[in-house]
Design a protein around this ligand. Structure first.
Ligand code: SF4
Ligand code: SF4
Length: 378
């Protein structure tokens, strides 16, 4: 069954100044209650058009917890609509979390994802506050509190050219904090040079040993860099229908109610060419369709590549961050996939040859995700 995904960008403001942040100037511009109400009405209408009642809401910013009252207002409004099956997620830098707030979020079934780039030296390289001061100590405190309430909390870890050399150590640090769901991603807006990919390759080789070692010890965990690519080989590549389908079944709502295809397009300084409508006026079908056609265009640079079915070059947002265009494959994705897929496949072959029980369950048992989530949260 179809579902609809809507992201509320509750504010352009943030208490941090991460050096790789793509959202632009941090201004105290927040979504008003009127725009929230209009957004909810717009979403209800879209659900009817799509003939679905399944809705995924994400709270985003800036830092969404600056507007925490509005998070609970939105949840309260949707709870009055019995016919909508809604799930909630939130991405946060963690520095504004308190014990009470975490409890309130989990009591309302908000799945929270915390940003941690690695051990303190690495995290503080890019994730600093408005005065340029480190934030890792605050995040470590938030991590403890969050894991007490939900051991299945996800961490998002961003890798930059100058932190790539510590990837394995960073993942190990996050794992030792107690996290078992680790989503790793590159900073696609950074200036990645060939020398950085050479460093990255060494880091992936080290991480591969780490991954195999943990699997042989029958640890239950998810590491996106490895598990997503093993999945794309074991099962089938991500079908076009499962992808985001830019700006159609997934969209972002800016604080002023403007609609954009994805989070990367919502910035303090608007980019009009990527605006696909407004919650008060609905979608601009011509613009929406134009962007969709652009994103689905053949990429001649990928012709004949044997990795095409497994590569994430279809992600328009990543392409946009890296090249400023959505119809051109990102060279960062290209270099990264070529290096990483080879290393991941070797690790998977090793575990398969050893008939590693955890590996076989994780990648060949469709119930594994549910079972392991249950085991992790016990
Ligand atoms: S916490 Fe998020 S929104 Fe705030 S500066 Fe960092 S990346 Fe940007
Ligand atoms: S690895 Fe490079 S050439 Fe191959 S599909 Fe991905 S982006 Fe295209």
């Amino acid at each position: 069954m179809h579902s609809l995904s809507a992201t509320f960008h509750l504010t352009h403001h943030c208490n941090l100044r991460c050096t790789y942040c793509y959202t632009g100037e941090k201004l105290p511009v927040a979504m008003t209650y009127k725009t929230i109400d209009d957004s909810i009405a717009f979403i209800e209408n879209e659900l009817k058009t799509l003939e679905t009642n399944r809705l995924h809401i994400t709270f985003f910013g800036g830092e969404p917890l600056i507007e925490k009252e509005k998070i609970f207002y939105i949840i309260g409004e949707f709870s009055k609509k019995e016919n909508i099956d809604v799930s909630y997620r939130m991405s946060t830098n963690g520095t504004l979390l308190s014990e009470d707030l975490i409890k309130q979020l989990y009591d309302n079934n908000v799945f929270v994802s915390l940003s941690v780039d690695g051990h303190p030296d690495i995290h503080d390289t890019h994730r600093v506050d408005a005065g340029g001061k480190p934030t890792s100590h605050k995040v470590a405190k938030a991590a403890d509190m969050m894991l007490c309430h939900n051991p299945a909390t996800n961490v998002t870890c961003v890798l930059s050219p100058d932190t790539a050399y510590q990837l394995c150590e960073s993942v190990d640090y996050i794992f030792n904090l107690g996290f078992r769901y680790i989503t790793t991603t590159l900073d696609y807006s950074a200036d990645w040079q060939l020398e950085h990919f050479a460093i990255l390759k060494k880091s992936y080789q080290k991480l591969s040993k780490w991954y195999v070692d943990k699997m042989l010890k029958n640890e239950r965990f998810y590491l996106s860099f490895f598990d997503e690519r093993i999945r794309s080989r074991t099962y089938k590549p991500i079908a076009a229908s499962e992808r985001c389908q830019i700006g159609t079944k997934q969209f972002s709502i800016a604080p002023n109610g403007e609609l954009y295809p994805c989070i990367q397009f919502v910035k303090t300084k608007a980019i009009p060419e990527f605006m696909i409508g407004h919650v008060r006026e609905g979608f601009d079908a011509a613009c929406q369709n134009h962007l969709y056609q652009q994103s689905e265009k053949e990429k001649p640079e990928c012709n004949g590549c044997k990795l095409e079915a497994r590569c994430s070059k279809w992600c328009s947002c990543i392409n946009f961050m890296s090249t400023g265009r959505i119809d051109k494959a990102s060279p960062i994705v290209c270099y990264n996939e070529k290096i990483l897929i080879e290393i991941v496949d070797k690790a998977a072959d090793k575990l398969w040859k050893k008939r590693n029980n955890t590996f076989i369950h994780k990648h060949y048992n469709e119930d594994y995700a549910v079972i392991s989530h249950f085991e992790i949260t016990l």
